[in-house]
Design a protein around this ligand. Structure first.
Ligand code: IVH
Length: 693
């Protein structure tokens, strides 16, 4: 709808205003807001963050409220919502779906409270605070106990009919006992979400199908609602929180429940009717100061929830007071959203680097115009592989939306093609290793280009970095920068050289005082006695993470025992599949690797399994015994599973026994165990569940 040069001009106008707020002409401000609403609601391609939009919107409100004669009927402040996506049938809501006013700090909340107190005429207000679910809003209508309609928000006045899709969400009941409450028809509001776990599983599935992952659970939930095939919606494992009743039509003569007199009561009523309404998740707070305390402490723990929220919603609990306060054309005066710090923002890709990892994998990394996001500065971001760049159509010079959710590594949500000026460049993947020039290779059915040269210096350095890292040999005071420096100086050419490092040379280096020298020497000496699994993990064998290293270590005496095991034998280890077994086998059949391990042994490193039980497994300290014939597992494997998780196998039934696992045709052991109350008698299936948890 908007020509490209106009889009670029609007974006420049927004950025100029936001970086340096100044007087802006009312007319261009309104146009700018309308443009960004169109991008967000109609195209689903926001160009500025919600927070940035809000700053612009607040500027409009402040100009208009200073001079109300300037308000025109088409001002963004005068409408409830925005235009529609036309692909589903449009149905009017019984009551318009308003948005919420936003707040970002204590001052905003105090201001909200002051106005509410003025309007309500009370001295102190009671608030109900609940999560602001980060999903897609819906409205549901139930009549005569049955779900008859489900709609998207649409433009706030009318939404799209998505009843068939909504019926796939199992937390939304198809019928509710309305008549028990004297209600004939009800319209309710809520949010469809995808939990973090479902989102991870969903992206995993996409990956298996070689499709690009989705950026966040909100996109996944919102995209699901408009899918053509309801069955596909069902497979996405969506959820819904219901938090508002917008309309109630009583059965003539019936008396309505007093629960409807408060918002918290309404949430209880919804819960009682079978909805997932915020119950544990809501908090009643007396006065705004308690609300503020709750909001600030909740923000710190926001990542602990199993689903995404982007803030909290503060609602006056008393419903008659809500009605007294009423609403503007945009939002109710009895509620406000407290938005958490933004985790999405836009920036520009200034450069692309190709980094070689310890396994030779070449990863494209976008170097960004630095931006502050969720409390940290992001200046570079992984683009994973060639496919990823192609699927997201990311180009050098592009403006991209970056998201950082909690501890999750920042991701590129999308590139904004409408902002291209024509100078952006397609990113071409190198055909040779950027570190050593060897030709790159790609295995069939793999997305990653790899340098397989054993002499590649980038890989050698990355291997040393991995070897000394915290979860591997944990050689403290050996920072990444120092490793690179030592390597470049030729005093640390490979892993064994760590143990023959020439400290006379190190002392002469700038920044290496006596103390740091001593610390490093002590850390290196200490690492020689690290447990075997740390060494196995530290070798950096492909697909061998810390857990696999622990399992493997628990099955052998000496590290070189691994040279004698076949791929089949390796596969019999817990969690070692075909791919991992193959990788371990190859590693221990490569002459250079064996020579290096022997060298490390001669330098005094521990190569043997000293502690045969992994004490920190989920069965640590528990005693097991198997009896009868197991049908799914081999007895030896089952016993190994217990030991790998820190449990013990006992020789017979005694009061020391915690679990007796009973297979088919169990005999005297079972009879004996039944007489000892403390022994838990479980089936093979129970055991498998127990081990998994
Ligand atoms: S109350 C009149 N409560 O946030 C009732 N909204 O930014 C207004 N949202 O359109 C909505 N969690 O889609 C309310 N606990 C919650 C919410 C919530 C998420 C969404 C809703 C609304 C948007 C406003």
């Amino acid at each position: 709808m908007y020509p490209k040069d106009q889009i670029i001009a609007y974006q420049a106008l927004a950025k100029a205003y936001l970086t340096n707020p100044h007087t802006i002409e009312l007319d261009s401000l309104k146009k700018l807001l309308k443009f960004n609403e169109y991008q967000y609601y109609v195209l689903n391609e926001p160009l500025i963050s919600d927070y940035e939009y809000d700053q612009l919107y607040q500027q409009l409100i402040s100009i208009e409220s200073a001079n109300t004669s300037l308000i025109t009927p088409d001002s963004p402040s005068q409408r409830v919502g925005n235009s529609l996506n036309a692909s589903f049938v449009t149905i009017p809501h019984l009551v318009p779906m308003l948005s919420l006013e936003n707040s970002y700090n204590a001052a905003d909340l105090i201001d909200f409270d002051r106005k509410a107190i003025e309007g309500a005429g009370n001295e102190k207000l009671t608030y109900c605070v609940e999560p602001k679910f980060d999903g897609a809003s819906i409205s549901l209508v139930y009549e005569n106990d049955l779900l008859v309609r489900a709609c998207t928000r649409g433009d706030g006045v009318a939404g799209e009919d998505i009843t068939q899709n909504i019926k796939q969400i199992k937390s939304i009941p198809l019928s509710i006992p309305l008549s028990d409450y004297g209600i004939k028809q009800i319209e309710i509001r809520g949010e469809v979400i995808m939990s973090k776990n479902s989102f991870a599983a969903f992206n995993e599935k996409l990956k298996l199908k070689q499709q690009a992952p989705l950026a966040n659970p909100r996109n996944a939930a919102a995209g699901s609602l408009r899918m053509k095939d309801p069955k596909e919606v069902g497979e996405r494992n969506l959820d819904a929180f219901i938090y508002h009743i917008s309309y109630v039509l009583p059965i003539p003569g019936a008396k309505l429940t007093p629960l409807l007199q408060t918002h918290s009561g309404t949430l209880s009523l919804l819960w009682n009717m079978g909805f997932r309404s915020p119950q544990k998740e809501r908090k009643i707070s007396e006065g705004i100061n308690n609300v503020i305390d709750y909001c600030t402490s909740f923000e710190i723990g926001r990542d602990q929830l199993p689903y995404d929220i982007d803030g909290l919603v503060i609602k006056i609990d008393d419903v008659p007071l809500q009605e007294k306060l009423g609403m503007t054309s945009h939002h109710p005066r009895w509620a406000i959203a407290y938005k958490f710090k933004a985790r999405q923002a836009t920036t520009i890709i200034e450069n692309v680097e190709f980094q070689v990892g310890r396994t030779g994998a070449v990863t494209p990394v976008a170097k960004l115009q630095p931006l502050a996001l969720g409390g940290v500065t992001v200046s570079s971001i992984s683009m994973h592989n060639e496919e990823y760049i192609k699927e997201k159509d990311i180009r050098l010079g592009d403006t991209v939306i970056i998201e950082r959710a909690g501890d999750v590594i920042p991701q590129i949500v999308q590139s904004i093609s409408s902002l291209r000026k024509g100078t952006e460049k397609i990113i071409t993947f190198p055909t040779t290793c950027p570190a050593c020039n060897a030709t790159l290779e790609k295995e069939e059915a793999e997305a990653v280009w790899r340098c397989i040269s054993p002499l590649c210096k980038a890989q050698i350095v990355e291997r040393i970095i991995h070897f000394v890292s915290k979860d591997a040999m944990d050689i403290k005071s050996f920072g990444e920068a120092n490793i690179r420096k030592f390597y470049d100086l030729g005093i640390l050419p490979n892993v064994p050289a760590i143990y023959t490092l020439d400290f006379n040379k190190v002392t002469q280096l700038e920044g290496f005082g006596k103390k740091s020298n001593e610390n490093l020497q002590a850390a290196i000496a200490h690492s020689k006695n690290q447990p075997l699994y740390r060494l196995i993990y530290g070798l950096g064998i492909r697909f061998v993470g810390e857990t696999t290293a622990k399992t493997v270590a628990s099955q052998i005496q000496h590290i070189l025992d691994l040279t004698n095991l076949t791929e089949e034998q390796l596969q019999s280890f817990e969690d070692v599949g075909v791919k991992v077994a193959k990788s371990i086998y190859q590693y221990f059949h490569e002459e250079n690797n064996i020579a290096m391990i022997r060298e490390l042994e001669s330098l005094g490193l521990n190569m043997i399994q000293t502690n045969t039980t992994a004490v920190d497994g989920n069965l640590a300290g528990l005693n097991f015994l198997f009896t009868g014939t197991l049908t799914q597992l081999k007895r030896a494997d089952a016993e190994a599973m217990v030991e790998a998780r820190g449990g013990h196998i006992l020789g017979g039934v005694s009061s020391k026994l915690n679990y007796l696992v009973v297979g088919e045709d169990a005999g005297s052991k079972l009879e004996k165990a039944k007489k000892i109350a403390s022994i838990k008698i479980i089936t093979e299936a129970d055991f498998i569940d127990l081990v998994k948890n």
